[in-house]
Write a protein that binds this ligand. Structure first.
Ligand code: AKB
Length: 320
């Protein structure tokens, strides 16, 4: 069994991807890593291999990859869109210098890499609806600029050095285990916490801001399915559009209201995050992912909402 490293393992996706991969590959074959330990993540840190790893430290990346004889890396360490606007230089350091550090070490040790890109690669000039796989990508957020640069850098390392690098353009990710941090799509997770705890939510995006979302079980399945796909069938390899749910805050709140009839939503717009959302697609065309490696998300708006309220509701009740 080949060892797998997950960077950014204590974040929203990492904290669920690590247990998913450990179930599949065996606990000791999946190394979780993060810049610092986090309260609430003991289940990841104490139950299997864990390394403190700052992605801007190339020597430490090399040491970890050598120590565990890592053969593939899910590279989730990244700053998100809203945080990026607060500190563009810090974002560049983590998202770009961190990526090239990892690519250089991966080149030496012949590791395959999963690179999560984002709908943020699109910008105001991209087609808004059913945004195609191959189209104009001129983003206006520093996060989007780092993600499109990351996609191109991954293509370069594949073409020049033959590294096996694959990746997805994530829309908003909805999940119940860990909160996202510093993204524009975070409203779609916060709304569930506030609906369950307080019966009301104040949204920082306008009621009709349409952005695609996917639910965590589809995120986990999709990443692993892509990494296991037959390379002969991948025309794009890196940067596949993926989507499952197209929704606005108004539509999401209406769906929650079906379960919590007294739930109410108010709006207090954050101009920075609203401008980012306005520059992103309303919806994506993910037909290339479906055709080339069988992307087939299971959760629609109704199923995701039911599951989120059930799972998160039970977790919050237990924590009380
Ligand atoms: C963000 O909102 O920054 C992220 C993303 C869409 O990549 N969730």
């Amino acid at each position: 069994m080949e060892n797998v490293l997950v960077t950014g393992a204590l974040g929203q996706i990492g904290s669920e991807l690590v247990p998913y991969l450990r179930k599949k590959h065996g606990i000791n074959n999946v190394i979780a890593s993060a810049r610092r330990a986090k309260e609430g993540c003991e289940y990841l840190i104490e139950t299997g291999p864990f390394e403190l790893l700052d992605i801007t430290n190339r020597e430490k990346i090399a040491a970890v990859i050598k120590k565990y004889r890592v053969k593939s890396v899910y590279h989730l360490a990244s700053l998100l869109s809203a945080t990026g606007e607060e500190n563009p230089q810090a974002l560049w350091e983590v998202n770009m210098n961190g990526l090239i550090n990892l690519l250089e070490v991966a080149r030496e040790h012949k590791c395959s890499i999963f690179f999560p890109s984002s709908i943020a690669v699109f910008g105001p000039d991209s087609p808004k609806d059913k945004t195609p796989q191959d189209t104009i990508t001129r983003p206006t957020s520093i996060y989007g600029i780092s993600k499109i640069s990351g996609e191109l850098l991954c293509d370069y390392y594949h073409n020049r050095y033959g590294l096996d690098i694959r990746g997805l353009r994530y829309p908003g990710v909805i999940s119940s285990a860990a909160l996202p941090g510093g993204g524009t799509t975070d409203y779609a997770v916060h709304i569930f916490y506030d609906a369950i705890k307080h019966g009301k939510y104040t949204c920082f995006l306008e009621e009709n801001s349409s952005i695609d979302m996917i639910y965590m079980p589809d995120v986990l399945e999709g990443a692993v399915k892509l990494m296991e796909a037959d390379p002969e069938k991948l025309k794009h390899r890196n940067a596949f559009n993926v989507s499952a749910i197209t929704v606005t805050p108004r539509e999401l709140s209406a769906e929650i209201k079906k379960h919590i009839p007294d739930f109410s939503i108010a709006y207090d717009i954050d101009p920075v995050r609203q401008a980012i959302a306005d520059s992103w697609p309303n919806s994506l065309d993910d037909s290339a992912a479906r055709a080339e490696w069988g992307w087939d998300p299971q959760y629609n708006l109704k199923m995701m909402t039911e599951d989120m309220l059930k799972v998160l509701g039970a977790r919050l009740k237990k924590a009380d």
